[in-house]
Design a protein around this ligand. Structure first.
Ligand code: 4AD
Length: 453
């Protein structure tokens, strides 16, 4: 006679027994709400602890959230009390218990503890709830990342990056990685990081743009996304030495097309962060209202229209001067949405920018200035597609022609108008999170004279 049980049923039964009588299910705090009245295990670190009457509270963090766990009892010989007493901030542990819904608990649930397994008691964790100086926190950046506010900013960062990728991938852009070691400059020679490439000089990439222009001629619309490097000698709250930039490049696109793409990208990122990282923005005490009000089209102002507005507000800027941080702040404080400044004097912009056919002294360039005083988020332009003009600009900028030979080829073999831009991830995160200093928007910032940790 054939057995009533086939092999599969036996396996399922064995798994069922193991699950119910063996180890508890390990769950992450962000999903613990899905396990009401069930016994689970959480693996993490002690964020804080306190006693109140008959209850001992341990706040446990596991990277996805912070959970209130409780030990309830009056008997001082309770086996968990001894363990509770041994816990210090950042002690690593595994806690097991029953998930209980409790409206008073942060997140609406708490874990009623049955067991605490201590992995390591952390001694003298240096970042305590008291105030610490910024240099101290920067020295301890590897630990500072565990603090709530830092954690929230970096959650926003991860969401911004995910949104950027989804935006471009969803619009049929091809990701084309561009090199980090390069033989030539893209954004001026003063901020180049020089390094040795066997027996020749090389530079860390300031921008993937020039290579993007080549891949755009092969794939139509492309983007690169990676770290870029600028030896910026100025110490400001908006500049990093190493920062991440996403750069789209589109064959046949004109300046206005690239401005519209930038608007759509910013709105897409905002919408994503506002819906998916609401709790992190709350943790940062970021009032979402100004971000919710951002609408397209963004205001466009030419450089020459912006000048009198800046002068009215006390800037001493004259025609031909570049915008500095004070000018960017004035403009971005005037309007609730980002502002697009276009048609800059060609001499203050990069060599590859297309001159305005009606005013060749102006470049078809755009800078997007964020609202609330956050300065430039995006820099972009239409590129020179004419071989003679490009050769002339390379010469005027004293750039070595040999290094740009391949770039000039793009104008010899089927040249077309094309445009693109770069959006700085950290500036975007700083603006959305309303963080004063850009150093908190990247896990390990590289700053002027700081390369530790
Ligand atoms: O305006 P930038 O220099 O543009 C370029 O590099 C172009 N080649 C991009 C392109 O057209 N493909 O830089 C673009 C953006 C800025 O608007 C800013 O957000 C960010 O990159 N950025 C920095 N962010 C942090 N620290 C710095 N030192 C930055 N320099 C630029």
């Amino acid at each position: 006679m054939e057995s009533r049980f086939d092999g599969r049923i036996w396996i399922d039964l064995a798994a069922h027994i193991l699950y119910n009588f063996g180890a508890m299910k390990w769950v992450y705090i962000e999903e613990i709400g899905a396990y009401p009245d069930q016994d689970v295990e959480v693996r993490g670190w002690v964020y804080n602890k306190r006693s109140s009457g008959k209850v001992r509270f341990i706040l446990v963090r596991d990277g996805t959230g912070i959970l209130q766990t409780t030990i309830f009892g009056t008997d001082e010989s309770h086996p968990l009390f001894k363990k509770f007493d041994a816990l210090t901030q950042e002690t690593s542990l595994i806690v097991r218990g029953r998930v209980r819904e409790d409206k008073r608990a942060p997140g609406g649930v708490e874990l009623s503890l049955q067991d605490i397994e201590i992995l390591q008691v952390a001694q003298d964790y240096p970042i305590t709830p008291k105030e610490h100086s910024t240099p101290f926190l920067m020295e301890h950046r590897h630990l500072w990342l565990r603090s709530r506010k830092q954690h929230a900013v970096l959650q926003v960062r991860a969401e911004v990056i995910k949104a950027i990728r989804d935006f471009f991938d969803g619009r049929g852009f091809r990701l084309m990685d561009t090199p980090i070691l390069t033989p030539s400059a893209c954004e001026g020679t003063t901020t180049l990081f020089e390094t040795q490439y066997f027996d020749q000089k090389a530079y860390l990439s300031q921008s993937g743009q020039l290579y993007n222009e080549a891949t755009a001629m092969a794939f139509g619309k492309v983007y690169c996304f990676g770290p870029t490097f600028r030896a910026e000698k100025s110490k400001t709250r908006r500049h990093l030495i190493e920062f991440w930039m996403v750069e789209p490049e589109v064959a046949f696109a004109l300046l206005e097309d690239t401005i519209e793409l930038g608007e759509d990208l910013i709105l897409f990122i905002l919408e994503r962060v506002l819906t998916r990282r609401k709790s992190d923005l709350e943790e940062l005490e970021r009032d979402a209202a100004p971000l919710e009000q951002v609408k397209k089209p963004f205001l466009r102002l030419t450089y020459e229209e912006a000048l009198p507005k800046l002068q009215e507000k006390g800037s001493t800027i004259q025609w031909g001067d570049d915008f500095g941080a004070p000018e960017e702040t004035i403009i971005s404080d005037i309007y609730p949405s980002p502002v697009c400044i276009t048609h800059f004097p060609a001499k203050i912009k990069a060599f590859y920018m297309q001159p305005d056919p009606e005013r060749p002294d102006l470049a078809l360039a755009v800078d997007f200035l964020a609202s609330e005083g956050y300065g430039e988020l995006i820099g972009g332009s239409q590129r020179i597609h004419d071989l003679d003009i490009l050769e002339q600009r390379i010469k005027e900028n004293n750039l070595p022609r040999e290094a740009y030979q391949w770039y000039l080829d793009l104008r010899k073999y089927g040249t077309v108008p094309h445009s693109g831009f770069g959006l700085g991830v950290e500036r975007t995160v700083a603006w959305i999170s309303k963080i004063k200093h850009i150093r908190e928007t990247i896990p390990f910032p590289r700053l002027l004279y700081r390369i530790y940790p």
